[in-house]
Ligand binder design. Structure first.
Ligand SMILES: C[S@@+](CC[C@H](N)C(=O)[O-])C[C@H]1O[C@@H](n2cnc3c(N)ncnc32)[C@H](O)[C@@H]1O
Length: 241
């Protein structure tokens, strides 16, 4: 894989990212999957011939911006967090695009989020850098690259909630979101990251915890003894206390 960028845009930051990812910077458009850095920021292009297969995160507009603007309507997520008005410290063990974490932050909570894909980590970091002057709550985020199963032990306590949103199969109804998930799967394969979601859930249930929120497709099997559920139209939150 390579990073494609316009000669005029070379800066220290993109050189650092290329070095850390072990990628070459190329000024020609590659014919294989690549990272692109342009005036919009960093993007991942999965298929240069299919403009729909890409990841570019923008917390200020589009789907993420829209969801953030109406975070008060996230009644199920709020219910899952609990009625208590207290500011929580949430450990998001499956960071992904940080869409859920951004909702937690916008509701006034503090979040430590972990992502295991280094490419996704840099895509998110770039989006956070572009948004932080407009979204002041980003200051309450500690975002790290790594495996959350290992990092959990090193995080400052107290942690009020562990949030788990493992990947699940494509839903035909939601192709746009699924394409992103498929692209994340592709990145994990490219980075040779293996992991079993069931094992991860099991590990966190064994760790000391006050409360675990596990996001699942509405009709999926219950993993183990839950305390209660918050159900939405297509997803549900299983709560373990
Ligand atoms: C379905 S996505 C999460 C989406 C996220 N909730 C959001 O709102 O954008 C799952 C993510 O968890 C990450 N992941 C899975 N297991 C992990 C682990 N043990 N440590 C860190 N990240 C992990 C995957 O790499 C993937 O990006």
């Amino acid at each position: 894989m390579q990073i494609h960028l316009d000669r005029s845009l070379i800066d220290k930051n993109i050189k650092f990212i290329a070095h850390d990812l072990g990628l070459n910077i190329n000024h020609q458009i590659p014919s294989e999957p690549y990272l692109k850095y342009d005036e919009k920021g960093l993007s991942f292009i999965k298929d240069p011939n299919n403009p729909r297969e890409y990841i570019h995160i923008d917390y200020l507009k589009g789907r993420a911006g829209w969801r953030l603007n109406r975070s008060n309507h996230e009644s199920n997520l709020k219910k899952a967090l609990g009625k208590n008005q207290k500011k929580l410290h949430i450990f998001d063990a499956t960071g992904g695009l940080l869409l859920d974490t951004m909702i937690f932050l916008s509701l006034g909570h503090k979040v430590t989020a972990i992502e295991q894909s280094k490419i996704l980590f840099y895509l998110v970091k770039d989006a956070l850098n572009r948004a932080e002057s407009k979204l002041s709550f980003i200051k309450n985020l500690d975002f790290r690259f790594g495996n959350s199963i290992d990092l959990y032990k090193t995080i400052e306590r107290p942690i009020d909630i562990i949030y788990l949103d493992p990947m699940y199969p494509i839903l035909k109804k939601n192709q746009k979101k699924s394409l992103e998930i498929e692209t994340i799967r592709f990145l994990l394969k490219e980075e040779k990251i293996e992991g079993n979601d069931q094992d991860m859930i099991k590990k966190f249930l064994e760790y000391d915890h006050k409360k675990i929120i596990l996001k699942r497709p509405l009709k999926s099997e219950i993993y183990s003894n839950i305390n209660y559920q918050v159900k939405g139209k297509t997803t549900r939150f299983d709560i373990y206390l």
